[in-house]
Design a protein around this ligand. Structure first.
Ligand code: S3P
Length: 444
């Protein structure tokens, strides 16, 4: 599932104001989960609005490799004929998850409590990312693991046919770790409990409930989320409507804020409270952002977001906000480059283990484009409105969000911005360049 090994440099240029109304593709987190849960359910799940990106297609292939049938229909929707919880088949070849951390980590959880052996690989970015955070709780449940030094991919797991239910306190704020343990708990007798000291995106909890699992969420005396799942439920096929991805909407939103004279609306965007930290931050910075047509769709709040160019001010972004905007710091740093004064972002330690070391990649990209910044161990300070912005070449390290963020910088900077490789954009937002051009941006 790895994208082309040939690098595809791209350059963005300052041009016209951005204007128009667009929709971004479906939410990546919900898309992965709808395929996985459809595969574990009995019956046929229908998905509309699925994100058809490399990461998500990798998950469809993984589910097909263990016996499900995920298929695109002529009308653009997807059907998933479930194989059923407990009935996964052993894949006949290693599964390549490409660039997808969510794909591989959640699948590790699913495979761990099925009596199958699975070998998992990924691209060089994914093979450098820590898997121990997921493999360690799975080992506690009785799964056998062989992994490369430091618990990196390639890794093989032999699922357990008599897994043990555990209570697990997630040591870092990670929805992927929480989800992997809960998904392993699905085919485990008894109650699997995950304690989450810091709340992260709750799509796994909500969607498992929607597919018929008995799952409760309580807040304990210490203010932690305690998620309890009863094992071996009968999951039933569902109709899933995937809303627009706020992490993709972030790029046209910031582009419109910083490109003079712009007025852009992004329709149908997921507004789950665990995903809206960037909107809160941009509004605090003085962004002219209005949300209209708030409505419910498939158990989630969605809305249309209108953005007009604004004079942004630097602020302090508190560490507590990080889980609700964890994928949005690269594009926030670009907004900060156009804000008056300093923007200081705190609590960024998880950025070090994303598709790249995002904290370092952002800092190097800013420096290459004359944006003053200071990279701390888990902080980033950006001073905005420096003269002569742009003109740099950015190394993207196989990281789609670094690629898109710096292309957005180039749409508003004085000088063009070049990225070394636009190919990874296809992992999450294949229509990015087309949509930005539709709004009036110049990328080639
Ligand atoms: C995701 C969780 C986050 C996020 C990723 C998607 C998910 O990762 O960065 O893009 O769908 O659960 P972590 O759990 O590692 O923070």
């Amino acid at each position: 599932m790895s994208h082309s090994s040939l690098q595809q440099p791209l350059t963005s240029h300052k041009g016209k104001p951005l204007s128009g109304t667009i929709r971004v593709p479906g939410d990546k987190s919900i898309s992965h989960r709808s395929l996985m849960f459809g595969a574990l359910a009995l019956g046929t799940t229908r998905i509309s609005g699925l994100l058809e990106s490399e990461d998500v297609i990798g998950t469809a292939n993984a589910m097909n490799a263990v016996g499900a049938n995920c298929q695109r229909l002529d009308d653009g929707s997807w059907r998933v004929d479930g194989v059923g919880l407990g009935s996964l088949l052993e894949p006949q070849a290693p599964i390549d998850f490409g660039n997808a951390g969510t794909g591989v980590r959640l699948c590790m959880g699913i495979f761990a409590s099925h009596p199958i052996s699975v070998m998992m690989t990924g691209d060089s970015s994914l093979s450098g990312r820590p898997m121990g955070r997921v493999l360690n709780p799975l080992r506690q449940m009785g799964t056998a693991v062989i992994a490369r030094e430091g618990d990196r991919l390639p890794a093989a797991i032999r699922g357990n046919n008599a897994p043990a239910a555990i209570t697990y306190r997630v040591p870092m704020p990670s929805a992927q770790v929480k989800s992997a343990v809960l998904l392993a708990g699905l085919n485990t007798p008894g109650t699997t409990t995950v304690i989450e000291p810091v709340a992260t995106r709750d799509h796994t909890e909500k969607m498992l409930q929607g597919f018929g699992a008995e799952l409760s969420v309580e807040i304990n005396e210490a203010g932690e989320r305690v998620i309890s799942l009863q094992g071996q439920p009968k999951l039933k096929a569902q109709d899933v409507i995937v809303p627009g991805d706020p992490s993709s909407a972030a790029f046209p939103i910031v582009a419109a804020l910083i490109t003079p004279g712009s007025d852009v609306t992004v329709e149908n965007v997921l507004l789950n409270e665990h995903r809206t930290g960037l909107l809160t931050t941009l509004i605090e910075m003085g962004g002219d952002i209005t949300i209209t047509n708030r409505r419910e769709s498939g158990g989630e709040e969605i809305g249309d977001i209108r953005v007009r160019t604004s004079n942004l001010k630097g602020i302090i972004v508190p560490a507590e906000r990080a889980p609700s905007m964890i994928d949005e710091y690269p594009i926030l740093a670009v907004a900060a480059a156009f804000a008056e004064g300093e923007t200081k972002m705190l609590g960024l330690e998880e950025l070090r283990v994303k598709e790249s070391d995002r904290l370092a990649a952002v800092a190097r990209g800013l420096e290459a484009n004359n944006v003053p910044c200071v990279e701390g161990e888990d902080t980033l300070s950006v001073t905005g409105q420096a003269p002569q912005l742009g003109g740099g070449r950015v190394v993207t390290h196989l990281d789609h969000r670094i690629a898109m963020s710096f292309l957005v910088l180039g749409l508003a900077a004085e000088k063009p911005v070049e990225i070394d490789d636009g190919a990874p954009i296809a992992t999450s937002f294949p229509s990015f360049t087309k949509l930005m051009e539709q709004l009036g941006g110049k990328i080639n």
